[in-house]
Design a protein around this ligand. Structure first.
Ligand code: ADP
Length: 255
């Protein structure tokens, strides 16, 4: 049983936009899955539905592969912007979900410090967001999403606004973290290169109204280093994924 099963899901917005139409997708426990598609095809909408932040107009989202029938697994969500509270420290930002859950101060600070260490920010606990670079702020945001020991990490183009070098570094570090912690990762992106570098499987979405049109396995092992990113295998997989994306962009979601 997959961790999350999306079946024939459609989403219409009040303004008449049909973002998704009849889309299905299984998310397997522990995997690194990318959702790849052109801008505006409904990737964020799909992620928000999986998170339970919105309801599908039709179809079902079943979390029964999680902890008990119909119960969502503990999940973390990383948005395109790091969305940190500017008036307080990195530590307090990361500790926020624990504070909201009523965890005692000493425990939440210890766990937040630990989470900051996992994303390479040991020593920056007392820094304010304004003192951190864009990449560091995104690391704080990832630490905040994982501090509750989330089993499912949903990421919506988290590195799109970062420069190329920072983005590569964060890709590598995210994979290291995933290998160490083994959360289930769903990573939305419109970058072929990023999806191939990161994932075990890519779900390719059609143009709006979006649906998952094809799936592509990325059989390369981990860790994926810079050597992988410059290999002939990587280039061939990117060509393959790029071809699938072109097909998908030429296809309207509606069957
Ligand atoms: P993507 O993440 O692939 O870029 P989105 O899921 O953000 O795509 O958006 C899919 C479509 O739905 C777009 O046309 C967008 O304008 C529209 N859309 C997204 N959210 C809303 C909303 N709350 N109300 C109306 N239209 C929306």
């Amino acid at each position: 049983m997959p961790l999350v099963r999306v079946r024939d899901v459609s989403k219409d917005f009040a303004n008449g936009v049909r973002a998704l139409e009849g889309t299905s997708l299984d998310i397997e426990a522990g995997e690194f899955l990318s959702v790849l598609g052109p801008s505006g095809c409904g990737k964020s909408t799909l992620l928000r539905l999986i998170a339970g932040l919105a309801e599908p107009t039709a179809g079902t989202i079943d979390w029964s592969g999680g902890e008990g029938l119909g119960r969502r697994p503990d999940l973390g969500f990383v948005f395109q912007e790091p969305t940190l509270m500017p008036w307080t420290t990195a530590l307090a930002n990361v500790a926020l979900p624990l504070k909201l859950a009523g965890v005692a101060r000493s425990e939440r600070e210890a766990r937040a410090a630990d989470a900051l260490g996992h994303v390479g920010l040991a020593g920056f606990e007392r820094s304010y967001p304004r003192e951190l670079s864009g990449g560091m702020k995104m690391r704080v945001s990832i630490a905040r999403a994982l501090v509750t020991e989330a089993k499912l990490l949903l990421m919506d183009e988290p590195f799109a606004a970062l420069d190329e070098i920072t983005r590569r570094r964060l890709n590598t570090d995210l994979l290291e973290l995933w290998q160490r912690t083994r959360f289930t990762a769903v990573f939305v992106t419109h970058s072929v290169f990023e999806s191939v570098f990161l994932s075990q499987r890519i779900a390719v979405m059609s143009a709006r109204p979006g649906r998952v049109l094809s799936e592509l396995a990325i059989p390369a092992g981990y860790p994926r280093t810079e050597a992988f990113g410059t290999s002939a295998e990587y280039a061939a997989l990117c060509r393959l994924a790029s071809g699938r994306l072109s097909e998908a962009m030429a296809t309207q979601g509606a069957a």
